[in-house]
Design a protein around this ligand. Structure first.
Ligand SMILES: CC(C)(COP(=O)(O)OP(=O)(O)OC[C@H]1O[C@@H](n2cnc3c(N)ncnc32)[C@H](O)[C@@H]1OP(=O)(O)O)[C@@H](O)C(=O)NCCC(=O)NCCS
Length: 149
């Protein structure tokens, strides 16, 4: 299904960060950390130009977001979220497609994402649009202390 006409999909800009953070805070399934503070999101957008998108409903109301980047080898998606009033209208599907198209232009052939075990809605969505749940991989993480300059 295509996104309805009243919702515009456009690139995620610095001016969207504040509204996006509010949407993420209200979205079960989106995990937030220090990496989501405005300076960090701003740095992410600058490092991955043209890959992240927002859905905007008239009049200028944020209806959805997706963050996307790549490391030159694989793509990664973060913070796909659609406001409850706008769900089941194809908006997330369109946001994902826009980000994958941007990755394709950059020559990236595979994209990954992280999803919480208990996020049944998210899992249903990703499987509905053809993504595969991996059972052969686990994630390991390590915290890095930043040097104070
Ligand atoms: C997951 C989420 C982004 C989906 O957004 P959306 O715009 O409603 O998704 P779409 O309309 O593009 O849905 C496409 C298909 O996914 C499936 N789907 C979407 N939401 C679903 C749900 N709640 N239950 C079951 N299937 C669902 C359906 O097959 C749907 O097609 P259909 O509406 O024709 O049946 C939205 O529910 C959300 O923001 N959830 C909270 C944040 C989150 O969990 N994000 C994912 C983090 S990994």
């Amino acid at each position: 299904m295509n996104a309805p006409d009243l919702v515009e999909i456009r690139p995620f800009t610095m001016d969207d960060i504040s509204a996006a953070y509010q949407l993420w805070q209200g979205s079960a399934g989106v995990g937030l950390s220090g990496a989501d503070e405005p300076p960090a999101i701003s740095a992410f957008l600058q490092r991955n130009p043209g890959c992240s998108f927002v859905a905007v409903a008239a009049p200028d109301r944020l209806a959805g977001t997706i963050l996307c980047g790549h490391d030159g080898r694989r793509g990664y998606l973060y913070h796909l979220a659609v406001a409850p009033a706008h769900r089941r209208q194809g908006i997330a599907t369109e946001l994902v497609q826009r980000s994958l198209s941007a990755l394709a232009v950059a020559g990236i052939q595979k994209c990954h994402l992280f999803i919480f075990h208990e996020n049944e809605t998210g899992l249903a969505f990703w499987q509905a649009i053809g993504w595969t749940l991996r059972h052969d991989i686990q994630i390991m993480s390590h915290h890095i202390e930043l040097a104070v300059t």
